[in-house]
Design a protein around this ligand. Structure first.
Ligand code: KG4
Ligand code: ZN
Length: 343
């Protein structure tokens, strides 16, 4: 399937949670992608504080946009369209990015497109060179989502499996908190797991049988119990490795089975948890064994970033869509065909 792209420099903005990001693209080509993370700010509270996130976006947004333009050797006058995430996410955080995009669109006299954050993640493999086959299966794993999706093209998504409770990213984050590894949890668990034994502590795998759904909520109870019984003897690297293995093994097995069951020739892996190297290499191995193509963006395009918003925005603009200045932010909007975020 050939995709149509918006031509000319497009400025994209992402501020849905705790990353302030701006990117410049021309069609499918990403010229720059600047991400300013607020992780250090929220670390002391052990999670994202919405009010603090919004304030930090206000401080970071203009320097981040300026840097993205500078890295692309462009100035504002060169920008031909503006894309920004407007849903779902933290309302205060989203409104900083969307308001900036509206102001730029108005003052430059160029089109505005408001983008669904999840569509950005779903289409992020388009950042890779080469063809992205349609239809394909996509495993989306982030802080608020764990879904298996059949992707037929822009806006054509069909749910084939989902978490019944916590998202995979949430399981990493809650596990990290229980193990005293702090925030953000996914990276902390991955780092702590490096020297650990993934077989040391058997943890629950959630649903059994040939389902394509997931359940991760039993993990935090099991981990808490483990801490109670082991006390001082608990090995944090072994517990982190066991938790990572419990999450990765279920995700990888079900994602590959989904592609096979639905006769889809390729599997993509997207969302913040897709930055996890253990998950990436497990899926790569499984897909090779099954003769499936496996595509996942580089880790910096898996966690929240404006480049993926630009890719989705460019396709929507090329399809003739435009957003008005009355476009609003929405905290919980679902992408048609898919569920709302679980947080
Ligand atoms: O997509 P994302 O950046 O934000 C949302 O849209 O939610 O995903 C954030 C999630 C967090 O739960 C974080 O702990 C997880 O992705 N994450 C990871 C890793 N890096 C980020 N989980 C496991 N391993 C990682 N390396
Ligand atoms: Zn995200």
């Amino acid at each position: 399937m050939s995709l149509d792209w918006f031509e000319g420099p497009l400025l994209a903005i992402e501020t849905s949670c705790d990353e302030t990001s701006a990117a410049v693209l021309d069609g499918r080509k990403i010229w720059s992608n600047v991400v300013s993370s607020q992780a250090r700010l929220h670390e002391k509270w052990g999670g994202v504080v919405p009010e603090a996130a919004a304030r930090a976006h206000v401080e970071a947004i203009l320097p981040v946009i300026e840097e993205a333009l500078a890295l692309a050797y462009l100035s504002l006058r060169d920008v031909r369209a503006v894309a920004a995430t407007n849903r779902p996410g933290l309302l205060g955080a989203l409104s900083v990015g969307l308001t900036s995009a509206k102001a730029l669109s108005f003052s430059l006299g160029v089109p505005l497109i408001a983008v669904h954050h999840l569509e950005g993640h779903l289409l992020s493999p388009l950042a890779l060179p080469g063809e992205l086959p349609f239809p394909h299966a996509c495993l989306i794993v982030s802080g608020g989502h764990t879904e298996l999706v059949r992707v037929d093209g822009l806006g054509r998504y069909e749910l084939i499996g989902q978490t019944l409770d916590d998202a995979a990213g949430e399981a990493f984050d809650k596990g990290a908190r229980l193990l005293g590894l702090g925030y953000p949890g996914g990276q902390a668990i991955e780092k702590a797991a490096e020297g650990g034994d993934p077989k040391r502590y058997p943890l629950p795998r959630g649903l059994s049988g040939d389902t394509l759904d997931f359940s991760f909520s039993g993990l935090k109870t099991a981990l808490w119990r483990l801490g109670e019984t082991e006390g001082e003897r608990l090995s944090v690297p072994d517990a982190a490795a066991s938790l990572q293995e419990a999450i990765v093994s279920v995700l990888a097995e079900r994602a590959v089975r989904a592609a096979i069951d639905f006769e889809l020739p390729a599997l993509t892996l997207v969302g913040g948890v897709a930055a996890n190297l253990s998950l990436r290499s497990r899926l790569e191995g499984f897909c090779r064994r099954e003769g499936l193509a496996f595509l996942t963006p580089p880790p910096e395009l898996c966690t929240d970033n404006a480049a993926m918003i630009g890719l989705a925005g460019s396709l929507r603009l090329a399809a003739g869509e435009r957003s008005g200045f009355d476009a609003d932010c929405e905290a919980n909007a679902a992408l048609p065909g898919l569920p709302s975020p679980s947080f």
